[in-house]
Each structure stands twice: as C-alpha cells, then as structure tokens.
Ligand binder design. Structure first.
Ligand SMILES: [Fe+2]
Ligand SMILES: [Fe+2]
Length: 134
C-alpha cells in the first residue's frame, strides 16, 4: 500500500524526535552540569515542533483510527500526548529524572505510532523499530 504524504511527513518528524530523545538520554545523574541546557532544549523543541506535531495527529490521524474502529489506539495516543505535555511542562524545574522520563516516554510513543498506529492505518507504513535497541 502507498504511504500517504501525511504519514511520511509525520515519520520524518518522528526521526528528529528520536534524535532529540537519544541526545538527551546521554545526560547522567553523575554529571548534571548540562541539565539546564538539556531541559531548555526539550522545552524549545516541544514548543517549536512537537506541540504542532501532536496537534496534527490529533486532528488528522486520530479520526482515521476512530473511523477504522481502533478507538483504543486513539485513546492511547491522546494519553501519551498528555503525558508528554506534562513531562515537558515539568521541566520548567529541570531534573535529570525528568529529562530521562521525557526521553523514554517520547521514544516509546514514537515506537507505538510507527509500529502499531501507522501499521493499523496503512500496513507497511511504519518504520518498525525496537525502542529498546536505540
Ligand atoms: Fe503522537
Ligand atoms: Fe507522532
């Protein structure tokens, strides 16, 4: 099946979200000197890219899931987005745990969308990757 331009575009944004998650995962509790900059990078990226990405999915992808009878996938997507918004907001007071929780939740969310949501909409469309392997 051909991938729709919208899913291709959202997948490109997933790739940059994964790069962010990977970069900020490098922050360790032993060396928290980079914490303020890392937390700020997450908040900036959230505002500049992720927030609009989530809105696009909520507006255009979730109705397709609901139309296909996959309301459980739409609900999990909404829950994940809310959680990620909360985790990004919480970084107004940066902590290493908060950064790592955000990175882990973002990676898991992208894997969920690429491996399960995209596949439910357009078989063969997902990147198909193991979040534990990156
Ligand atoms: Fe999403
Ligand atoms: Fe997404």
């Amino acid at each position: 099946m051909t991938r729709s331009p919208r899913l291709i575009h959202l997948s490109h944004e997933h790739a940059s979200a994964l790069k962010l998650a990977l970069a900020v995962r490098a922050l360790t509790p032993e060396d928290p000197s980079a914490l303020p900059a890392v937390a700020q990078r997450i908040r900036d990226t959230f505002e500049r890219e992720l927030s609009a990405h989530f809105e696009e999915e909520e507006k255009h992808v979730l109705p397709r899931l609901e139309a296909a009878g996959r309301t459980e996938l739409a609900e999990r997507t909404r829950r994940d987005h809310e959680r990620l918004r909360e985790l990004a907001d919480a970084l107004a007071t940066p902590t290493v745990e908060g950064v790592r929780a955000f990175a882990a939740a973002l990676t898991a969310h992208v894997a969920f969308e690429e491996n399960i949501v995209w596949e439910a909409l357009e078989p063969g469309a997902g990147m198909s990757f193991d979040p534990d392997a990156i």
